[in-house]
Design a protein around this ligand. Structure first.
Ligand code: HPA
Length: 267
């Protein structure tokens, strides 16, 4: 039996699959209502990040329950979607971006599964699965859309949008796009050795680059982009390799925990 590929749907993204509905219990609380079915003949799961009625704001999403729940269903690959604002002025609303790196400037989120012993420091030198990024880029090109080769996402706390000064700061930090849901999701996936990549769509220019920002505009852009997004997701799922030989994700814990003897000597 092939392992299911999970899609985490962000703002404005509706399930591309039909199937059994299920809420899972986890040590961190329940997941949103998952849809368990198939995409392109492969087992797939859809998780609406903000809940079915979009009732959980970005800073209240139970990221640990979501990632833990997917892991407990045998998921080894996640493709996430996010609405983002463009900091890089060469990007325009409607564009697709596959982030290559992330700056986490969130403030109040539970960001790890490893709160105690064994002390665990996962490597995130490549925070997004390089193999999944490749597959997403190919699928984006096949859908007739370009995507920048590299893009750094900033993840802010929200739920408010940023100030123009914050966007200037994020630009000087090397960020190209800004959203509110990239972290800690990407890091939690790595902590459970799940491959994770993200497909972001630009819903607006970031603060200071357009007159005002509106949640309605973001939602509207999500609806407009959903057709191409679904096409890219379906194409990516169809061609996603089953095996995970050529990425660091599946063995992330092998070097992440201190050896027992080292801990004992150090105590
Ligand atoms: N900032 C943060 N999150 C976002 C934005 C933005 O401009 N647009 C969509 N999500």
């Amino acid at each position: 039996m092939k392992r299911p590929i999970a899609i985490i749907g962000g703002s404005g993204v509706k399930s591309i699959l039909k199937g059994e509905q299920k809420v899972l219990g986890t040590p961190y609380g329940p997941t949103p209502n998952l849809t368990i079915g198939e995409v392109e003949g492969r087992p797939a799961i859809f998780l609406p990040r903000h809940g079915e009625a979009h009732s959980d704001p970005p800073h209240k999403v139970n990221y640990r329950a979501n990632i833990w729940g997917l892991k407990s269903l045998g998921v080894e690959r996640i493709i996430a979607t996010n609405a983002v604002g463009a900091i890089d002025q060469s990007l325009t609303p409607g564009e697709i971006v596959i982030p290559s790196d992330i700056v986490d400037v969130t403030k109040s989120r539970a960001g790890t599964f490893y709160e105690g012993s064994p002390v665990t420091h996962v490597d995130v030198s490549q925070p997004y699965c390089p193999r999944e990024r490749e597959v997403l880029a190919q699928s984006t090109a096949s859908a007739g859309r370009r995507s920048p080769k590299d893009a750094v996402m900033a993840c802010t706390e929200g739920p408010r949008y940023e100030t123009p000064a914050e966007i200037k700061m994020l630009r000087t930090m090397g960020c190209h796009i800004v959203g509110m849901t990239g972290a800690p999701e990407v890091f939690l996936a790595r902590e459970l050795e799940i491959c994770y990549a993200s497909i972001s769509f630009v819903s607006n220019m970031a603060a200071g680059l357009q007159r005002t920002l509106s949640a309605r505009e973001v939602e509207e852009k999500g609806r407009e982009t959903s057709q191409v997004l679904n096409k890219i997701l379906a194409g990516a799922i169809a061609s996603m390799p089953e095996s995970r030989k050529d990425c660091p994700c599946g063995t992330a814990l092998s070097q992440a925990q201190l050896k027992k003897e080292v801990v004992e000597v150090a105590q």
